[in-house]
Design a protein around this ligand. Structure first.
Ligand SMILES: [Zn+2]
Length: 226
């Protein structure tokens, strides 16, 4: 990591991890805003059938509401902190940012027995305060390299095509298995869930395999050692 920070390329890399610099045809599928029934349960079934391990960024409030499901997610997949109430943190006081992250850490640990070391800012709004606060709590900030605007609920085929078109070696896709927190109980992720098997199949046809975000970070960090 010291080598990484001294590398001139680290300027391009930035403080948010959004892809691994690798030529290997690997992608990390990430899912935000769950756990949320029935979608997360359906998604877990699909990933299990396909033998794919993904990464889930979960708001603490949702983990508290669906703690059994959160534990189920964490027993197979990589997990990350997605704040507690999913607010816009960009302009927030550092104390508020810290509270949001710490509260989520506590709830996620209680529910899953695991302490996340990844953080994704709600709405992807990263600022220096968000990044430095997350880092000070031992969390690596994670972004994405391709998304499908699936929260606008386009047809599954559109979600599939957008992810497929934007997929690159070392990339991170962003999809949603929930919607924010219980402020929006009308979450409908059926189109995203319907797109996932197509995404997996198409990417495999293009030679991709699937890794978690921690595995991608590992690939990136060890790149210069080879
Ligand atoms: Zn989110």
């Amino acid at each position: 990591m010291v080598q990484q920070s001294l590398s001139p390329r680290s300027r391009l890399y930035g403080p948010v991890f959004w892809h691994a610099r690798t030529e290997r045809s690997v992608m990390a599928l990430t899912f935000d805003d769950g756990p949320c029934l029935p979608f997360t349960e359906q998604l877990l079934g699909i990933l299990d059938r396909e033998g794919v391990t993904a990464t889930f960024f979960m708001p603490g409030a949702n983990v508290r509401r669906e703690s059994v499901l959160a534990a189920e997610v964490a027993s197979v997949h990589a997990i990350g902190n997605h704040s507690f109430t999913h607010p816009y943190l960009l302009w927030s006081h550092p104390r508020k940012i810290r509270e949001e992250i710490e509260r989520a850490q506590d709830v996620i640990q209680d529910a899953t027995g695991r302490v996340p070391d990844l953080f994704r800012a709600p709405h992807g709004w990263y600022g220096p305060q968000v990044i430095s606060t997350a880092n000070s709590l031992g969390l690596e900030c994670v972004g994405w390299s391709v998304m499908a605007w699936d929260w606008t609920r386009p047809p599954a085929q559109t979600i599939h095509q957008r992810i497929l078109r934007g997929s690159t070696p070392g990339g991170i896709s962003l999809l949603h298995d929930g919607q924010d927190t219980d402020v929006f109980p009308e979450a409908d992720r059926s189109r995203t869930i319907a797109a996932v098997p197509q995404i997996i199949e198409s990417l495999r046809e293009e030679g991709f395999s699937f890794v978690t975000v921690p595995e991608l970070i590992w690939l990136d960090r060890h790149r210069q050692l080879r």
